[in-house]
Design a protein around this ligand. Sequence first.
Ligand code: F6P
Length: 503
Amino acid sequence: MNAIASAWQNLAQIKGRTLADLFEDQGRVAAYSTRFELPEGAIQFDWSKTHLDAELVAGFEALAAAADFDAMRAKLFAGEVVNPSEGRAAVHPAMRGAGNLAVAEEAEALLARMGMLVEAIHQGALGEVKHLIHVGIGGSALGPALAIDALARDEALVDVHVVSNIDGCALEAAFKACDPATTLLAVASKTFTTIETMTNAASVLAWFERNGVDDPSGRVVALTAAPDKAVEWGVDETRVLPFPESVGGRYSLWSSIGFPVALAVGMDEFEQMLAGALAMDRHFESAEGFANLPLRAAFADLYYTHIRGCQTRACFAYDERLRLLPSYLQQLEMESNGKSVTAEGKPVTGPTAPITWGGVGTDAQHAVFQLLHQGTNLVPVDFIASIAPGDTLEPAHHRILLMNCFAQGAALMAGRASEDGARTYPGDRPSATMLCEDFDPATLGALIAFHEHRTFANAVLMEINPFDQFGVELGKEIAKQIEAGGARFDASTEALLEAAGLG
Ligand code: F6P
């Protein structure tokens, strides 16, 4: 048996304790809760309401050692190949200044170029610009959508509409909200080939033309790792903002894919977001074992998936500004770690990523929390909240919001006995809380980078490659075969195609 298998065997033999038992220890909260300092403010990462204890932590630290976690982390930051199936590095930390110096310098130069274009647009170099239609999908849309929704609520410098879906209803809604004469188009695609994005981009150009805009292609900015393709498509080189090929799509918010964020909130705020992420990079790169917050979170994640058999993990943002975080995390975690083979291509021996899901508090309490409290699934829950309010209404709003957030974690843990089964709460249900002092661009950057590194740490301990996504290819190929015509499929698919007039 190799060292990894024996670390797992050891973990499986540890007799877990209940949360109530763990909380007998007066030092529990101090030991499992850490204040993470940011340039301004801090985030409290409270993992005390999980079942991790000293024995489990030691077991997971042994697993991390067996999986060569330190060496893999060093490779990530050095810009070495960590994506073996594609022979690529994963240089997203360098986009915010961490890790490989040469890549970080290249990233800084690219960012400066993006900053100049953002500044020029704000100064009127492309005429009056009130709106931006940003077309992109997956990692080319979810990050910008999240960051803009979180940071540009009050006074966006430019009104940005992120359109991802090929369903024309999405683009039509953006057309209704924008004036073509004062709108720019950003085409965000790492590959510059994704059919949804290229079709939407062409439709925006047609909309410009239909509405008498002079020089529609002069209104286009391209954000891509394939600059030649963007130029070929008709975007002037001066408005092509490239980023390195080894930045993965779902890790690309920090590159030129963040252009719409900078346009909406200004380059300063965008850079603060990078600074928050960099602070998390520095922590993740240097903190050892349990003291390392993303690694600590991965220990808990793996305990629940591998030892307790949990098939999902939920994230509830008790902050309207983070309402898009669950869908962002779905791509980050499920596209990265939803794998069945190890990084060496062998079948995995245990489960990989659980299903990530979630929503906003307090809405979710009145919809799905029933299952969390009394259902037969054990679902580890993450809560995210900010002590400072994001609104200027009566303080009662924020007070009630926070009280509910903390009440849910307490209720999940404590449960309540009753003679009546329907009124029994089993309790001993885990949660983790990320409590931000305030919510600003640096906090958002740190929170996202925390989740990126948590995903990486999980992958290393599961021995999988988080940086490829071949699972998405087969469906794309079959869609192309349908479009080309002539291919035959199963009887159900044939009947559906026939019914829709596509057969
Ligand atoms: O199909 C999945 C995917 O490749 C994601 O990984 C990526 O974020 C998305 O499509 C968009 O790709 P692109 O940025 O190349 O258009």
